[in-house]
Design a protein around this ligand. Sequence first.
Ligand SMILES: [Zn+2]
Length: 284
Amino acid sequence: METPESRVLARTGEVQRLARDVWRVVAPNPSPLTGPGTNTYVLGRERPVVIDPGLDDPAHLERVLEAAGGRVSSILCTHSHPDHSPGAAWLRERTGAPVLGRPAPDDGFQDRAYAPDATFEHGQRIEYDGEALVAIHTPGHASNHVCFLHEASGWLYTGDHLMSGSTVVIIPPDGSMRLYLESLEGLSARPVRSLVPGHGALMPDGPDEIARVVRHRLAREGRLVAALSARRLATLDDVLAEVYADVPAAMHGYARYSLRAHADKLVEEGRARLEDGVYRWHDL
Ligand SMILES: [Zn+2]
């Protein structure tokens, strides 16, 4: 059962107890994209696992180690973006625990020091303290992204697949909107109750939130389809301000990545063509 603390906003640098043996430690990297900072989770009491060590910041990692009682059985990485995995080497050095995560692509957006000792297969169980997590491969935000489901509670540790308070950025070609939506739909077959994100507070109504995110993405796609079909030929910059008219202009640099991901999905589905940076719309 979660504590009342689990639902309050995660606060930069804070350690919060979310359930009997679940701790959230918020890394000191607040920003418009990361919310209060990256959430590092500690699960278990005797031999805890750590999910997403976050920054290579000794003060943050000491707080993580203290929450874990100084003992860690495994260090799990949802993916290898530089706000999630760089603390893994420090924790491995201090505890001897292996770092587990899927191999990283080389797209210039990854933690360069990321070096997992082993990978996860889709559906693999990770045992700790008589409990288990199931690793669910969820490509989309990143090709090596994994969510971890604690089936006994229905808590899904979502990394950057789903976050509270901000929209997940999809950066092609490693990020894929088509795979992102497929990964979201794949979660509907799982016994998910609450979402425990890599940024922000716990979201108690997991299935509702997943459905809301899918609707939001498809509505954005609809705006792009309208903008492209009105023009027939357009570059991303021709349609960016129109498709993201509801998003502050200061965020349009990030929005452009997701816009490209939406446009690439239309190309993959045969609904548009791309030639020399110009998208050509054609009705089916
Ligand atoms: Zn990320």
